[in-house]
Design a protein around this ligand. Sequence first.
Ligand code: BG6
Length: 490
Amino acid sequence: NQVPEACIVLFGATGDLAHRKLYPALFQLYQKDKLNEKFAVIGTGRKELTSEQFQEEVRQSVDPNGKYAQETVDTFSSHFYFIPMDVSDSQSYRELKELADELDSKYDLGGNRMYYLSMAPRFFGTIPTFLKQEGLTETDGWQRLVIEKPFGHDLQSATELNEQLLQSFPEESIYRIDHYLGKEMVQNIQVIRFGNAIFESIWNNKYISSVQITASETLGVEDRASYYEKSGAILDMLQNHMLQMAMMVAMEPPGGLDPKLIRDEKVKVLRSLRFYNEDEVAKNIIRGQYKEGTMNGKEVPAYVNEDNVDPQSKTDTFVAARVFIDNFRWAGVPFYLRTGKRLATKATEIVVQFKKGPMALYHENSDNDQPNLLRIHVQPDEGLSLSLNAKPQGDYPTLLPIDMSYCNNCENEMNTPEAYEKLMYDCLVGDSTYFTRWDEVALSWEFIDGITNAWKNKDIPLYKYTSGTMGPLEAEELLNEDGYTWWNPT
Ligand code: BG6
């Protein structure tokens, strides 16, 4: 795709996400010639920075170790401008408009604008309203609004936010980020499925017994308690990243690769998702919270002893869910979703477990009676592995589990594009496939609200787990009830 010229206006330009992800992502695009050379970035923030100081910050962010040619880094950062802003004051938007118009002529940007909100969510509604009110959205080019999570904190707040955004930007111009959708192997799920006849023909309840998705993290709450106390693992990870991965695994083949066709299929998965009443929540969803423990030889505190966390906090730092997609393809197949902080490893993996054959010809003499598993390694390794059974040399008739693996990022680890690089690129070229559409967001909130309301109304336990383990025992029991165990990331 030809990348069009554009002005990127970044709200929250001095923040952590911008420094850690967004500038390096843009720099990678620039280096790979995937950014039009006619581009400008306006950073905004409360700080009184000059554009020169801002450019120095950008240089530091994209090349902290002086690895790249100085000239490349300098030319790249010369496209960055800073304007201090109070985002609730219309005067600030007038100044922003003046600068944007000036850069539009200077770089010949055709009025194309990408507004990226990397801000505290309370500003998500306000900023687009002002952008429209102050005439920033009236240019000859396209206007796109990129919005980070969280998109609301329940269905009602998300609906209100959405209605507010729609006053200024139409749905097609709103790019809601779920950075898991930018991950290489999450995008690869559809190719593995629909590009291989051998998988698609068995990708259903006749041959698959269960699906597990684990996103485990070793970090704790870090310095984000004020946000995390209100969200917990369920809003932070399950409502978005976990459900998005489940949709990618479960969707029907789209009629083509048009973003609409793909997103239509994804949303149908959520329409078939079984929504739980309070008793079902108690049976199918396990919540947990980390206790102190030892990780990498270091003592780490319990969640309730972390900075700015209420010592009585009931926030979930772990959640495991058994969910069902009640359609022809998946009826009766449990999807187990598990995510948590301060777990044993940092890894994301999807495991598709196949049913065993109709008759145990070899199994009786074997301790190694393993089901076939297709593991999709999302991170840190990116790839696939398929567990099969074969015969050990000499012995007969016992079974030996063997693994066929493909590693996507082993040879070229440094060059794997980061999620943000792909998503920024997609937004610039106007491809919304890997952004979440409003109907997906609304349905996922509806499902999650059912769980959080049950947690509020019913006495549902919060299980404590030791830091450095894979979560509470009860999460293991959830699977044992069905005759399964969790496959931990390998
Ligand atoms: C974010 C969550 O969306 O995803 C964080 O807010 C979490 O709490 C992060 O740590 C995980 O992302 P990744 O890419 O590191 O797996």
